[in-house]
Design a protein around this ligand. Sequence first.
Ligand code: ADP
Length: 255
Amino acid sequence: TTWKKINLENRSHDELYEMEETFNVMIDYLKDNFEKQEIFVSDASHELKTPISIVKSYAQLLQRRGRDNPELLQESVQAIDSEADRMQKLVEQMLLLAKNQEQETYSKLNVVQLVQGIVDQFKGAYDRELVFETETDEMYINGNHDQLQQVVYILMDNALKYSDKAVDIHISQQGLTVQINVQDYGKGIPPEESEKIFDRFYRIEKSRSRELGGTGLGLAIAKVIMEEHHGSLSVSSEPGEGTAFSMRLPAINEN
Ligand code: ADP
């Protein structure tokens, strides 16, 4: 940021009034962002408090009764290990959110290949039906490969976490928009939650998400990445039937 001294002498009343208006808009914007940062720091501290206190109580338990209690030893070490994993994931995802504010390098990408890569990765790791369909083998967009793979990863990971049935991945192009759909047939998302799930740390069922290793940051990260790509991320869900997340990106016109 470069700061420039502004000379206020010899300005007309109208000019000063206009400047004041501009400053007010800027101040509101900064205030708003500052408040968002404050909320983020406070939520993040809150999220880290739980694993820290679990680790601490197991450590104290071990100190008192761990030496001659192999069962307790086993349970405590396991709990400490998994809580440490959890903190690691939280910190990694918080860093991702911070890093996404920076401009990453973009290049011409074939979306079909990019999505196929992630689908193959999941096929190797999960024993679940993953159906991948695409209208053509090549659809090009301009973007950052790793970030966009991250979005597809988050959506597929959620679809597999929150449902136990098949997951369909479908790519299509309408005019100048490429659309990637990730559809599951799980319990769905109630309409009143469908906006909130994109908020940082928001989870519909906190304990269930926690059990599944969730942090509540996945969709917030996905949304930021999509906006930076001048695209969008939306959800449509039918409670009891399933959920579809749609990524939309501007296509590169081949003509
Ligand atoms: P988490 O780490 O908890 O999965 P996300 O930001 O990825 O965090 O998702 C936020 C919440 O949205 C989840 O906790 C879950 O309640 C809900 N959610 C996300 N994806 C799905 C889905 N495919 N089906 C049902 N609920 C979902």
